[in-house]
Each structure stands twice: as C-alpha cells, then as structure tokens.
Design a protein around this ligand. Structure first.
Ligand code: ADP
Ligand code: MG
Length: 418
C-alpha cells in the first residue's frame, strides 16, 4: 500500500517512522515533510493546507491511506474532500474537528452532556466579558475561541491582566478572527495529563498516557512553547484516575458526539487536569498531540496501519492494541531564542552515531541541504528514549541529546524529572 502523511513536524516524523514498520506499506509520501522524514519517505512539496493539491497528488499516485497530522488541514475539511473523492483518509471531518477548532463549541458540548470541566462563559462583546470577570475571581483563564497555534490561552493573575488579555484578543485582534469570541474559565488547580484515543465513531480506545512540558525553561519558567518535551506514562495518571477519565470523560464524549449526530473518526486528544475532585477536561484536540506522539508511538507494539484501517472501517471494537511496558522520555532540542526570534540554517552534527540504537531522533524543524541537515524551525529535534524506568529513559534521552550539536541549541534539562 502507498501511504501519504500530511504535515512536516516531529509528530509526522514519528507517524512516518511507525507506519514504515508496517509490512503492509510499500511507499510513504509526506507533504511537505522535513529533513529527517526524507530518510523514510518521499517528501513532496505540497503545503499541508493545499487540499486540492493534496487530493490531485493522492489520486495520481494511487494512495491507499492518507494520514492527517496537523489541525489546520482538518479544520479546512481535507478529510471531507478526500472522502467525497472515494479516498481512504485517517482523521476527523471538518464538523468533528470543530471540537478543537472552537473552544466555545467544545465547552458547550462538555457542559450540555455533563462532562467534568471548568465553569465557563462565552463572550462576543468585550465589555460584557470584562463585566463578568468578577464572578470568576483570580487567577482566571481567558481563551481565544479559535485556533491560535497554542498561544491563545492567558492565565491572568489579576483583573488588570485579564482586562488587557480581553482587549488584545477582542479589540486588537491579536489572534485575528480566532479571538472575536472568547471563553472565560474558572482556574483549576492540579496536575495535567494528555490522553490520546483512537476513535472510530462508535468505540474509543485510549492510548498510554503522556504529559508534555509547555514552558521554555527549567522548572516551568519562561514563555509558553509548542512543547519542550514529554514523558509517557504521565506521572499522576494512576489506575483510579484512568478509570474515572474513561467513564466520565472519554465514554461521555463519545455518547455526546453520537447524540449530536457527529461521527468522529481519528485520534481524539483529551487535555486533562487531575484535580482533587478527579480528572476534568481542559480541551480536545482533533489529532495526535505534538510532542506527545513522539513518546507514545515508540511504546506502541501493534501495527499502526492496522489500527488506522480499523478506525476508518468502524471496526475498532474488539481490536486489541498492545503497548510496551517500557517508559518513554522525549527531549526537544530547540533553536536559541525560541519561542521568540531565532535563526534557521545551522548545520546539525551528531545525528548518526552508534548510540542511535538507544534513542530515536525525530526531526521537528529541519531541512536537507545537499548532504547536511540544517535547522529550519523553532523546535528542531525530539530525542526519545525508552527505559525500564522513567529515570533510565530520561538518562538515555539526555545522553543522546548531548551528542547532537548545532549553533545556539537550547533545551530543558528537567524533562521527566519528578
Ligand atoms: N481552566 C483552567 N485552569 C487552569 N489552567 C488551565 C485552564 N485551562 C487551560 N489551562 C492551562 O493552559 C494550557 C492551555 O490551555 P488549553 O485549553 O489546553 O489550550 P491550547 O492548548 O489550545 O492552548 C493548559 O495546558 C493548562 O496548562
Ligand atoms: Mg492544550
């Protein structure tokens, strides 16, 4: 079978890497891919959101399975377009992807169907939003409704900060249309965990848990980023929490979607806050998380292509998915300056060494330039290692990371440290 993966980050490298292990797969294409992906797949120069371009390519090549990585193509309906043209595609359709594309929509679904989540209100008028602040107290959470590349959430410590966040989003249009509606939420305290689940419209099978590290610097200091590392399993996701999440959040979401007439197929990501009252749902993502995927897929024993086909065919029920007992730790190597200004084009050294067996290096932002691999993004690489214990995985990942060099490389030293 020929497979097309849409996207070009660390998540897509992990997807391509895992898909390449399936005996069913003869050729993999990736649009647009990156420098690391080009070792496993044929990279094609089509943007992830160029849905017509992707469709023509898939038809031309006789692609048997298309896998959508990022949220942007989902939210513009790439899955609908492929399905209308009789192509097999893994990912939710445009309507189902609204679970991620609109926070107001997903919060309404949670509230209506009794899924535990933070108390909230939605606003399209800045004055009304400011007026409501007092009823939430501080800290308070202000969220742009639409897609904002992980930057649309402000935790305001005081009223002044909350007011300026509302102004920035609603009046200054800092996130464009994504901020013309805002959600104001009660601040929840607890520990976060990410649960990804395979969903075929009727059945949801959760994957092993993960936890990501969003802040740029050690001890959760510095700016928010796309993610500086991840660990699987998540530290605080015990049996009891898993049971509660399955019953009160995952199963209820499936029932809610069915009641609303939404057929969700693909990966559904549950962003959880584990509070004293049990797990609460912060948000959905309509896809594999990044960098969670880079620690979850290396633990997957089963054939990913089999699972994806079962999802597309609505045959997930009874499908067994096997996982390795080993723990996984992934460390992101970023460009100096990220998440603010940084430079691209630095040669990366130390990618091919003997130690490579102990750790996988997923490329997030790299480009092939003649015989070299150069930096081409804020997040450059994700170094993932497996170990009997989280500590062992952590040490292996950091040992491997230390062998890799490029100018101004920056990474956190405390990923997966308790
Ligand atoms: N109600 C809340 N209480 C406390 N922290 C929150 C709340 N909502 C979001 N956060 C924090 O903000 C982060 C981003 O929020 P999230 O809803 O996941 O949006 P996105 O990932 O789209 O930016 C969360 O990972 C969490 O750390
Ligand atoms: Mg999130």
């Amino acid at each position: 079978m020929k497979v097309l993966v849409i996207g070009g980050g660390g998540r897509e490298h992990a997807l391509v890497w895992k898909i390449a292990q399936s005996p069913k797969v003869e050729t993999i294409y990736c649009a647009p891919g990156n420098g690391g992906i080009s070792g496993l797949a044929q990279c094609v120069d089509i943007a992830a959101t160029d849905t017509q371009g992707l469709l023509s390519f898939a038809k031309d090549k006789g692609i048997g399975l298309t896998v959508v990585g990022p949220e942007a193509p989902l939210s513009v309906g790439v899955v609908d377009l492929f399905m209308e043209n009789g192509l097999r595609v893994f990912g939710p359709n445009k309507l189902a992807a609204t679970l991620e594309g609109s926070k107001a929509f997903s919060k309404e679904l949670m509230q209506k169907h009794g899924i535990p989540t933070a108390r909230y209100e939605t606003f399209t008028d800045a004055d009304a939003a400011i007026h409501a602040l007092d009823s939430f107290g501080c800290p308070v959470v202000i969220k742009a409704d639409g897609l904002a590349a992980g930057k649309g959430v402000i935790i305001a410590q005081d009223r002044e900060e909350a007011v300026s966040a509302i102004h920035e989003m609603m009046q200054d249009k800092k996130f464009g249309d994504a901020g013309s509606r805002v959600v104001i939420e009660e601040f929840l305290t607890g520990k976060e965990a990410s649960i990804l689940a395979f969903v075929d419209g009727k059945t949801a099978i959760p994957m092993v848990s993960a936890q990501d590290y969003k802040r740029a610097l050690d001890k959760d200091m510095g700016l928010n980023t796309g993610g500086m590392g991840a660990v699987s399993p998540a530290f605080y996701y015990d049996e009891k929490t898993a049971k509660a999440a399955k019953r009160n959040i995952i199963e209820k979401t499936l029932a809610a979607l069915n009641a609303e007439g939404i057929t969700y197929k693909g990966v559904l990501y549950f962003g959880l806050m584990i509070t004293e009252e049990g797990p609460k749902l912060l948000e959905y993502n309509a896809r594999f998380g990044d960098p969670e995927t880079e620690v979850v897929l290396p633990r997957l024993k089963s054939d990913l292509v089999d699972i994806m086909e079962a999802v597309i065919d609505g045959k997930l029920a009874g499908h067994t998915i096997e996982w390795r007992a080993e723990k996984a730790v992934g460390v992101v190597l970023a460009s100096g300056g990220y998440p603010e200004e940084y430079k691209n084009g630095y040669v990366i050294e130390g990618l091919d060494t003997d130690a490579a067996e102990d750790a996988v290096v997923f490329h997030a932002g790299t480009r092939k330039q003649e015989d070299a691999i150069v930096t081409a993004g804020g997040r450059v690489l994700v170094v993932t290692a497996l170990g009997e214990t989280t500590e062992e995985a952590r040490q292996k990942a950091y040992t491997r990371a230390a062998e890799i060099r490029f100018k101004d490389v920056q990474y956190r030293k405390d990923i997966a440290q308790r």
